[in-house]
Design a protein around this ligand. Structure first.
Ligand code: VGL
Ligand code: ZN
Length: 211
């Protein structure tokens, strides 16, 4: 096994480790809490650490409750492609939206909030789901001299995946830390996600490989 040593041009992006995404939360990712010790053991080794936080206004477009007659996990067509409808989750200022108290946040330089546009969902740490509106993270990482991003957190098949795809689109090297992520896995989405990430040139590593 080849050890990967974090370099000055590397960043760790910790995606959406929030109360609503762990067991007991409104949109619980199965075993989502298991990523926390894995991420905590890694984050101090990175010169640049970024947190993301799903941060929706009440009544957000991605909530099934905003679409009469629709149930969570149904998929509807939109201008920007299919949209999975979710249970209400990560509403700004609620306990569910807070970062998990077990997550070590001290090493983090930046916190990127996303999903704030009431009419548009936002999975990626870089762009909203129209693939055009930016969060600012791409420019920030460039200015910080980052060339390679490591991605961990929740959920593998949504926010982690789109963060990895957009990192590649922006020209960053991208490595997804498999054992530091967990997926929602609706309608086969987890297997598809790993395939799409591989096709986009995002690598998959294990936390034990990061020395
Ligand atoms: C996420 C669904 C809805 C995620 C966020 O963090 O992967 N998934 N909002
Ligand atoms: Zn969300």
């Amino acid at each position: 096994m080849n050890a990967i040593r974090p370099q000055p041009g590397d960043a760790l992006i910790i995606v959406d480790v929030q109360n609503d995404f762990v067991p007991g939360g409104a949109l619980a990712v199965p075993r989502g809490d298991e990523v926390i010790p894995v991420i905590n053991a890694l984050s101090r080794r990175f010169a640049q650490v970024v947190l993301t936080q799903d941060w929706h206004p009440a009544g957000h477009f991605s909530f099934a409750s905003a679409h009469p007659g629709k149930q969570p996990f149904e998929v509807i067509p939109t201008l920007h492609g299919p949209q999975t409808l979710w249970p209400d989750h990560c509403v700004q200022g609620t306990r569910g939206a807070a970062l998990h108290e077990g997550l070590e946040v001290t090493p983090a330089r930046l916190l990127i909030r996303k999903g704030m546009n009431p009419a548009l969902d936002s999975y990626s740490a870089f762009f909203e789901n129209d693939r055009a509106a930016v969060t600012g993270l791409g420019g920030a990482l460039r200015e910080l001299g980052v060339r390679r991003v490591f991605i961990a957190g929740l959920a593998t098949d949504f926010c982690v995946k789109f963060t990895a795809l957009d990192a590649r689109r922006l020209g960053f090297e991208a490595l997804v830390i498999g054992d530091a992520c967990r997926g929602i896995d609706t309608q086969g989405s987890l297997e598809v996600a790993w395939k799409e990430m591989a096709l986009a040139g995002a690598g998959r590593v294990n936390s034990a490989e990061i020395a």
